[in-house]
Design a protein around this ligand. Structure first.
Ligand SMILES: Cc1cc2nc3c(=O)[nH]c(=O)nc-3n(C[C@H](O)[C@H](O)[C@H](O)COP(=O)(O)OP(=O)(O)OC[C@H]3O[C@@H](n4cnc5c(N)ncnc54)[C@H](O)[C@@H]3O)c2cc1C
Length: 413
């Protein structure tokens, strides 16, 4: 940890840089263990997720999903007589983004006993940071500055003033035509020389860590690079600097970053107070699930929900893999969700241990199915025991039984 008996007393035990969902959780979990914590934020407390990412984007998508779900059901379809009410959808989005005001989250920080420092933080040395000209000293520093969009090097693009995800999720009106650059196949196919006319251009070509203007070079790290960490979120080669959430590049997802934050906050507090650190796999102070059980939902229509390893990842780890697939359109519960329901479920089985190491569901309303798979993967529930986990009839979860039947009943061990 930074500091010794010859240096001045630290202003705080821990300073967290970035008050997004991840920084807030690092600060909260560390504070609960009795250490003194401050958090620095240069924009809105709550970060990208609350105002320009998860919440507004899902609020925008939900109304369209609900309308299309109704249109797929005979009886309900006849009641859908118009299209979406765009101003109402945008107003609902505004409420989910708290009208881009952070008063509520600032109040919560105060009630949790966390000091808020407004401004842009830069690291100036081990345990030292500067916020808009004022210096602070801390025993530990946690970087939770998130990630920023990558702008591809396309001639003329800056002059076209393209949208990033922020402009898209906070748009005040729906553009008549929107060209989306990115998304893999679609983006590639649009490079073929065809001239496309659009009212707005949305750039969605990946993200990079927010480490460019952070002073990391003062402690031997490279600006603009992801901060590499161990499973307690400690930055490699240091004993005082932590990197949590998007900025470490492990999983660019709010829930996974908050999971890391819970481990990091407690690990930092344990190290500062001299309490035992449980850094063994699946211990209290490590983010082991980052390697084995990250859940991820793509809220498209149909939804894509995945947890754990893909077949390729499992094989690369040397696992003896069997892939089991099932057509969700054959599941009674799914048929009730939509006339002509289409979807698919894929399970990746580790044959040696007879456990599920990965699962993917594609279809309408499959997102809520995902946590059952995450639990099975994290708990390493043997397939023989899963036969006793009976899905309710008629629900989409019945696909669990169908997948077990497709695999064949293993012998209980
Ligand atoms: C359009 C979109 C939709 C998404 N939807 C989902 C979703 O549905 N589910 C999901 O799990 N994830 C989603 N994500 C990803 C999610 O937004 C991020 O994983 C999450 O916000 C990361 O949290 P964070 O706290 O690490 O970083 P951020 O939320 O980016 O917060 C970082 C904070 O640090 C502050 N900061 C940066 N540098 C400094 C500095 N030097 N000094 C002071 N403050 C600083 C920033 O102002 C910001 O407030 C989405 C992302 C996008 C772009």
């Amino acid at each position: 940890m930074a500091g010794d008996q010859h240096t001045p007393a630290p202003d705080y035990d821990l300073i967290v840089i970035g008050a997004g969902p991840v920084g807030e959780n690092v600060a909260d979990y560390a504070t609960r263990r009795g250490i003194r914590v401050a958090i620095v934020e240069s924009e809105l407390v709550g970060g990208e997720c609350s105002y320009w990412a998860c919440m507004p984007s899902k609020a925008l998508l939900r109304s369209g999903h609900a309308l299309r779900a109704a249109e797929r059901l005979d009886g309900a379809r006849q009641a859908t007589t118009g299209s979406l009410d765009a101003p109402a959808v945008l107003a609902r989005r505004n409420a989910f983004a708290s009208d881009w005001k952070d008063d509520g989250q600032v109040e919560w920080l105060s009630s949790a006993g966390i000091d808020l420092i407004r401004g842009h933080a830069r690291i100036t040395g081990p345990g030292l940071i500067e916020v808009d000209g004022r210096a602070y000293r801390a025993t530990a520093v946690a970087v939770a500055t998130g990630s920023i969009p990558v702008l591809p090097d396309v001639p003329g693009l800056p002059a076209a003033k393209p949208w990033g995800t922020r402009e898209a999720t906070s748009a005040a009106a729906v553009p008549p035509r929107l060209l989306v650059v990115g998304g893999g196949v679609a983006g590639t196919e649009l490079s073929d020389g065809t001239i496309v006319t659009s009212d707005e251009i949305l750039i969605a070509t990946g993200r990079r860590p927010a480490t460019l203007d952070l002073g990391v070079e003062t402690v031997g790290l490279v600006p603009g690079e992801w901060l590499t960490v161990d499973d307690t979120l400690l930055v490699s080669g240091t004993d005082w600097l932590y990197a949590v959430g998007d900025v470490n590049g492990r999983a660019l997802l709010t829930h996974q970053g908050k999971y890391q934050a819970r481990a990091a906050g407690e690990a930092i507090a344990a190290r500062i107070t001299g309490a035992p650190v449980h850094a063994e796999p699946w211990g209290d102070h490590v983010a082991t699930a980052d390697h084995a059980a990250v859940p991820h939902v793509v809220f498209t229509d149909p939804e894509v929900a995945r947890a754990g390893l893909t077949e390729r990842e499992a094989r690369a780890r040397g696992l003896a893999v069997r892939v089991v697939e099932y057509d969700l359109g054959w599941v009674s519960g799914a048929k009730l969700h939509a006339d002509g329901y289409e979807g698919r479920a894929v399970f990746i089985i580790d044959e040696d241990r007879q456990v599920i190491v990965g699962a993917t569901f594609v279809g309408q309303d499959v997102a809520e199915l995902l946590h059952s798979a995450t639990i099975a993967i994290v708990a390493e529930v043997p397939l023989a025991r899963l036969w006793h986990a009976v899905p309710s009839y008629p629900t989409i979860s019945e696909v669990w039984l169908r997948l077990l039947e497709t695999y064949g009943r293993p012998t209980a061990r």
